[in-house]
Write a protein that binds this ligand. Structure first.
Ligand SMILES: [Zn+2]
Length: 364
């Protein structure tokens, strides 16, 4: 009960547009003033909430002290490895980005251990910089362009050439990360969650992540649909031309061969048409009203838009009744690492009792 109420109070403050007083939290939650006060005391002493002075006020009555999320407490470390870059960011409990590092380098020649060691070094820099800034990194989440099984095992990442790589174990070899909880997820899934949570907005949409490979994250009524084994969203290997170019996956005519980042360089109209064909199939099947274009597509969205829309108009049965809305990703190329960092922050916000327990053990 206490754990549930701690989360309720923390979420109430987090979702407030102003800095609510204890009395306002009591009114919003239906908990008694005394209960709220005790819970707030725990959240303040545990470093999750801070009290802020009320604005000076004239007239009678003492203004109440307000509450807000701390910007020096737990933080999430978001990591991304992709074919041509490594990235790390640290996001604090309020959702603000406090550190951001991006390193452009082709990861394909590196073996998985080398690539993860380089990412680990970047992650260690981000963590140390954040901790020098007063934050406590609560955990890390890694976004990878591939299929992930339980416990951080990357089953296959075709464009990196990875198979059955224990990414968590590799990151834990870096001394500065050895004590840090690390999770791993597909980059398009994390980017879709980033779009959903960081920007608010549509509860149902398809997120398309255009990198060297192409991934998708399907969000239905505010929930990510992962598929039975967590392997949904491989839109890059949807066939757009059955007798087309051979693909790294062993098939032919996959979307990725026409609209992946390398194919984009040689022909945007062809890429837009291929995307439109693949997306039409998704919309016909699932009735998704919004498509968000992220990764390398976000900055060139306006150049792709007309070509994609032409295919959707022609191929989607219901396009005359309700056109599909296309928009660029609000977080741009940072969506996956922001979504990763947000997953860590969200876990703390949803279970503050767990965080308080762990952080008290840390200082015993
Ligand atoms: Zn393929």
């Amino acid at each position: 009960m206490r754990a549930h109420n701690l989360a309720l109070v923390l979420q109430t403050v987090a979702n407030s547009t102003n800095q609510p007083s204890r009395a306002a939290v009591s009114a919003a939650t239906g908990l008694t003033r005394a209960t709220v006060s005790a819970l707030v005391d725990d959240l303040v002493s545990g470093g999750l909430l801070v009290e802020v002075d009320p604005p000076p006020r004239t007239g009678a009555g003492r203004p109440a002290v307000g509450l807000t999320l701390t910007s020096t407490g737990p933080a999430g470390l978001g990591l991304e490895i992709n074919v041509d870059y490594l990235a790390a960011c640290v996001v604090d409990l309020t959702g603000a980005v406090r550190q951001r590092f991006v390193e452009h380098a082709d990861q394909r020649p590196a073996d998985p251990a080398q690539a993860l060691a380089a990412l680990g070094a970047l992650a260690a820099r981000a963590r140390l910089a954040a901790e020098a800034d007063g934050l406590i990194v609560a955990g890390a989440a890694l976004a990878v362009p591939g299929l992930v099984a339980g416990r951080g095992l990357v089953r296959v990442a075709p464009n990196l050439g990875w198979q059955d790589i224990d990414a968590v174990a590799e990151l834990h070899r870096v001394p500065e990360l050895a004590d840090l909880p690390v999770t791993v997820d597909n980059e398009a899934n994390l980017a879709a969650l980033g779009e959903l949570r960081v920007t608010g907005g549509d509860p149902t949409f398809l997120y398309i992540s255009g990198e060297i490979g192409i991934g998708a994250g399907l969000v239905l009524d505010g929930e990510l649909y992962r598929g039975v084994r967590g392997w949904s969203g491989e839109i890059g290997h949807v066939t757009v031309y059955p007798d087309g170019r051979p693909c790294r996956c062993g098939s032919r005519g996959c979307l990725e061969q026409y609209a992946g980042q390398e194919a984009l360089e040689s022909g945007e109209p062809l890429a837009a048409a291929a995307l439109g064909i693949a997306l039409s199939a998704v919309v016909n099947l699932l009735d998704v009203p919004v498509i968000v274009l992220g990764g390398a597509y976000a900055p060139i969205f306006e150049r792709l838009r007309e070509g994609i829309e032409a295919e959707l108009r022609q191929r989607v049965l219901t396009s005359g009744l309700a056109p599909v809305a296309l928009r660029p990703a609000a977080l741009g190329a940072d969506a996956a690492m922001r979504g990763a960092a947000d997953a860590i922050i969200r876990a703390v916000r949803e279970d503050p009792a767990g965080w308080l327990r762990r952080s008290s053990q840390r200082y015993v």
